[in-house]
Design a protein around this ligand. Structure first.
Ligand code: FHN
Length: 449
């Protein structure tokens, strides 16, 4: 038996060293995630009472008491200029197919008219929510519903973010030692988890989100709950199961209790994995280093080239890209966010065929000049560094029959090429068609399975 196992192991190792053939996906995509996998690109929106201050979504932690934060920051939050249609228009024009907005971040401020009684302010008399705690409540508006309706109208999927930790809830408080929260008692813990699930039921009933994006779970603890380690792997498993009973097709990320393989996909944050992961994944990333609005973030936006090349790199490793905006306290987007979205949109207008429904680089290793993505019988060579020699060297799929090679931005014109062994030498124009990422399409008539 032992001998058989070692032979199988050796075989598996050997196969893993072979150059990847045109593997479109090394794992199956569940039916309810097909749209998500094809979409590749979504908008993250960090929007809460913290936006009012302009110091980001962690401004309260360890610096404000619940009372101070609620009086000095949350109570004056009044996003009257929040314009869901404008935000969704920018997302759509950028080529985004879904969005995820913070319904409740760690501050515990509910962005909807929650009726769950324990989510009160420090006095225990007012609901700690946009409707219950601010002047905005008198408008009768529901920003989450406005955004959901705008998404429905524009054909984008609508998702919600929900923080498991809650710095303002009466059950717990921010606890710097673990950078999590500390429960005041085990009874408070039980009651909070029950009420958190009541809020989640409210959110599913009211907004029917396609995605529930959890966060504030990061203890990565697999043991019996304590006051400081009050959220464990089994709580995450129970939460995932609960969400699926509320809405069987909802997509739930791994941050019900991360790094235990729970949830439907992994969420590398502010980074791009060096290679495809073992199951569906989505990099979540800021445009300017800030999730929630910050005054310094306005001057800190990445270059458009960086955004586009990061996005393509994510897709070349079969990931999704969730790119964040942090609206200001009045609800408007800042110029840097708008410019970035318009810039990505201009590139996507020409090159989105190399993104939507595309999968990993079929060769594993990145070429020196850029990235590869693949969709069916087309390999897209994303050329970040255009050759000065007029010749682009690309890898051929072993035993594949090339039908045609052309520029994605000028598909009528066939490019000349020659193949020797597994190298294709393509004659390309002197100047790069796109300063951020030019795409050469290598279309095959047949590719071995
Ligand atoms: O603490 C949060 C942070 O504010 C932000 O929401 C990011 C987004 O992925 N998640 C947590 C940090 O990992």
């Amino acid at each position: 038996m032992k001998k058989i196992c070692s032979v199988i192991l050796a075989l598996v190792l050997l196969i893993s060293l072979l150059p990847l053939r045109s593997v479109s996906a090394a794992y199956a995509i569940p039916e309810n995630m097909q749209w998500w996998s094809e979409a590749r690109f979504g908008m993250f929106i960090h929007f809460g009472s913290y936006a009012q201050l302009g110091y980001g979504e962690w401004a309260m932690a360890g610096k404000y008491s619940k009372e101070d934060w609620q009086i000095k920051v949350s109570s004056i939050f009044n996003p009257t200029n929040f314009d869901a249609k404008t935000i969704v228009d920018y997302a759509k024009k950028a080529g985004m197919k879904y969005l995820v907005i913070t319904a409740k971040h760690h501050e515990g401020f509910s962005m909807w008219d929650t009726q769950v009684a324990s989510f009160k302010d420090y006095t225990g008399t007012k609901t700690y929510s946009l409707q219950g705690f601010t002047a905005f409540g008198s408008t009768g508006r529901d920003v989450l519903m406005e955004l959901k309706n705008a998404c429905d109208e524009a054909g984008l999927k609508f998702g919600l973010y929900y923080s498991i930790i809650d710095w303002n809830h009466s059950s717990q408080e921010y606890y710097g030692t673990t950078n999590f929260t500390k429960m005041f008692s085990m009874e408070a813990r039980e009651a909070y988890i029950k009420d958190m699930k009541k809020q989640l039921k409210e959110l599913v009933t009211l907004y029917d989100p396609a995605i529930m994006w959890f966060d504030g779970d990061w203890l990565e603890y697999d043991g019996a709950p304590t006051l400081v380690k009050w959220w464990a792997k089994k709580d995450g498993q129970a939460l995932y199961k609960y969400m699926k009973t509320l809405s069987p097709n909802i997509i739930v990320n791994e941050r019900v209790s991360r790094n235990f393989g729970i949830g439907d996909y992994e969420c590398p944050e502010q980074k791009i994995p060096a290679a495809p992961l073992k199951r569906p994944w989505e990099t979540n990333m800021t445009m300017n280093g800030s999730w929630g609005y910050t005054t310094w973030g306005e001057k800190n936006y990445k270059k458009l080239k960086t955004e586009i090349q990061d996005f393509v790199t994510v897709v070349s490793r079969e990931g999704n890209f969730l790119l964040n905006i942090g609206p200001k306290g009045d609800g408007t987007m800042d110029t840097g966010a708008k410019d970035t979205l318009v810039g990505i949109g201009k590139w996507m207008d020409i090159y989105s065929n190399s993104i939507y429904g595309s999968n990993r680089n079929p060769f594993g290793k990145d070429p020196v000049w850029g990235r590869y993505t693949q969709k069916d019988k087309k390999v897209y060579a994303h050329v970040f560094t255009w050759p000065t020699t007029g010749k682009l060297e690309a890898t051929a799929i072993a035993k594949g029959k090339i039908k045609r090679i052309y520029l994605l931005n000028d598909s009528e014109k066939t490019l000349k090429y020659s193949v020797s062994k597994d190298i294709i030498k393509i004659t390309v124009p002197k100047n790069a068609p796109d300063e951020n990422d030019s795409v050469v399409v290598i279309e095959y008539s047949s590719i071995p399975k």
